[in-house]
Design a protein around this ligand. Structure first.
Ligand SMILES: Nc1nc2c(ncn2[C@@H]2O[C@H](COP(=O)(O)OP(=O)(O)OP(=O)(O)O)[C@@H](O)[C@H]2O)c(=O)[nH]1
Ligand SMILES: [Mg+2]
Length: 306
């Protein structure tokens, strides 16, 4: 399956919502007046694009109609797509540095898909011939360590872990030194899910991050925030708070397939300083892909005849 098909299939719920809405709004008229623009704005908000980004997009549409006089559905959609692509920014990927240890630190609130994404990335880098190691720095639950060890077995990757309840920063310390001495290319560190409004948990994350920077000063350190698209606008707040605790390299949005809230990627991109690097469009290993602004947008906004 090509990348466009992966996005299109994964975003089918949001696409369905948008498609239905557009049909309802235009209802055969094909020309946009002010009432229809307001309905279009409401539709974007409903698809979880967020109020700020939706206003920004509709303002651009309004300006375009004023300057060109073209109020056709085609012209309106063209501007909507262009603005969304602009907000999402140019394609950026989670890229590894050659001849260096690359440390990917998975962070995020509970259940967003950190461990699964760690496993999928591990599989991807292994298949590219990289020497990968995993670190189980989610020491809160035995099941979390087991879940990562399962990925280790599945991908034939060493997993550095300690007992439940041990200091996650100590696991990172061990893992970094093991990765350095074994000359690993990639170390993927899984951390526990933490609520962004629990200050002690966010402080713990800052500590983990400091230990990594201290112990691996020459490594390429990439903290990756994993957010769950089904949480809607809360993801925007998560991105803001986590970026204060760690210097985020990028964001991965998972479960874009799970609801009609796929537009949240736009809301996050509109406010977050870190770029969206990964998209989780399903539970399968092949459903984790590099985020692509243009393909995302084309998959979200159906063609007029659909
Ligand atoms: N539909 C769908 N499910 C996903 C996706 N990514 C992850 N999941 C599922 O989300 C669930 C939670 O994933 P985990 O990887 O355990 O999440 P986590 O962030 O490690 O959770 P905690 O460690 O408890 O904070 C699992 O059932 C995954 O299969 C995705 O892109 N789409
Ligand atoms: Mg986990």
């Amino acid at each position: 399956m090509g990348l466009f098909d992966v996005f299109k299939k994964g975003l089918s719920k949001t696409r369905g919502l948008v498609s239905e809405g557009l049909t309802r709004i235009s209802a055969g008229m094909g020309r946009y007046d002010e009432d229809m623009l307001e309905e279009l704005e409401a539709l974007l908000v409903q698809a979880d694009v967020g109020v700020g980004a939706s206003l920004h997009i509709i303002d651009a549409v309004r300006k375009n109609i004023k300057s060109t006089g073209d109020d056709s559905q085609k012209a309106v959609m063209h501007t909507v797509k262009k603005e969304i692509i602009d907000i999402l920014g140019p394609k950026q990927t989670l890229s590894l540095e050659d001849n260096s240890l690359n440390i990917i630190l998975m962070v995020g609130v509970n259940g967003t898909g950190k461990t699964t994404t760690a496993g999928k990335l591990c599989l991807k880098y292994k298949s590219l011939g990289k020497k990968v190691m995993l670190a189980a720095a989610d020491t809160f639950r035995a099941a979390a360590i087991e879940q990562l060890e399962e990925w280790g077995k599945r991908t034939n990757t060493p997993v550095i872990s300690q007992t439940v309840g041990s200091d996650p920063a100590a696991v990172c310390y061990d893992a970094i030194h093991a990765a350095i001495s074994r000359r690993a290319d990639v170390l993927i560190i899984d951390t526990a899910g933490r609520l962004h409004n629990k200050q002690n948990l966010m402080d713990e994350l800052s500590k983990i991050s400091r230990v990594i920077e201290r112990e691996a000063p020459s490594a390429c350190i990439m903290p990756l925030l994993i957010i769950d698209a089904t949480t809607g606008q809360n993801a925007v707040i998560q991105a803001e708070v986590f970026s204060k605790a760690v210097r985020l390299n990028g964001i991965g949005i998972t479960k874009l397939d799970g609801s009609a809230k796929g537009g949240v990627a736009i809301a996050v991109a509109y406010t977050a300083k870190a770029p969206i690097l990964l998209a989780g469009l399903g539970e399968g290993v092949e459903d984790l892909v590099d985020f692509d602004s243009e393909i995302f947008t084309e998959s979200l906004i159906p063609e007029l005849s659909e």
